[in-house]
Design a protein around this ligand. Sequence first.
Ligand code: HEC
Ligand code: HEC
Length: 307
Amino acid sequence: MNNLWGDSLSGFWSGWIIVITLGTIAFCWWILFANRKTDKVPDAEGNVDTTGHQADGIEEYDNPLPRWWFMLFVGTIIFSLGYLALYPGLGNYAGLLGWTQENQWDKEVARAEERYAPIFAKYNDIPVPELAQDAEAMQVGERIYLNNCAVCHGSNAQGGYGFPNLTDDAWLYGGTPEAIKTTLTNGRNGLMPAWQQLGETNINNVANYVLALSGADHDAEAAAKGQPIFAASCVACHGPEGKGNQALGAPDLTDDIWLYRQPGQPLLEAVLQTLRNGRNGHMPAQAPYIGEDKVHLVAAYVYSLSN
Ligand code: HEC
Ligand code: HEC
């Protein structure tokens, strides 16, 4: 049984809850019967018990509870005992039915899958570019996107710090239908090593060279010194012209689109931070969560955003 404390209560707390719960129910039972009045009203002499309260000459009778009312209380207690026997409620006791939130959830998901699977499957044979033109399919795709992707890429899919914009033409891993599907199916792991070992001066020089590549304001002298460092240490991944490599997810450094730049942060600062600390963007594989059919649909949705 899951609860706020983790997977299960310690034996003591479980016992504590069981004792309190059953004790409270027993107490209610006791109150109900201890106070029960069965005397006939009025009695043989025609007298009626009163509670002794009176106001303006009106006396409060001390009649027994109506029978139906009494039975309602008894029924409530029996119901609660039956419920606690069948369902979890008493500490760690799982209940005779074995009901859990998880298996209830799983059942509902399975039911939903059964209902919607044919809808998703219907789109499965349509190629991504064609599907991207289908307004109805794209509505479904947008739903899938909002439920599964918006947390990271934003509800407008324009990304944010460390999360790529999916609406532009700049791709870390490629914007073809195949590349997008591979990204979604398997996930991606971008690895940019840290460059502490170059030393601060060299880091500063190569950072200025990166700024020069994208046509940003830079220190030309530093950039000139950074060029050979770039050639030695960076081209393996970012390519000889700094245009990136989609097989590695190494971004194009010439396009003035920055994955790791906080809003308002000076570009040099952002690049220096990347070089000092390295980066490791992680896109989790989606197929295990949403299945191949939905991957196909949401891939078409992503494709439609930039095409
Ligand atoms: C936990 C956060 C997270 C979730 C959820 C997530 N992504 Fe991503 N996604 C990322 C990150 C981070 C990257 C960049 C990986 C990198 O830096 O190498 C990325 C990369 C991508 C890319 C590659 C972009 C490019 O330029 O090549 C695509 C496409 C993408 N995500 C689409 C999606 C879709 C569609 C979903 C939902 C089905 C989704 N992502 C869910 C974090 C996420
Ligand atoms: C092993 C391959 C590799 C090498 C070598 C490498 N990079 Fe990277 N670089 C990457 C990858 C992959 C990313 C994207 C990281 C991510 O997605 O989290 C990246 C990201 C960056 C970024 C961030 C871009 C942005 O949009 O914010 C900069 C700047 C950068 N690299 C510059 C350099 C420089 C300068 C060097 C040489 C000193 C270098 N890289 C060497 C793979 C590499």
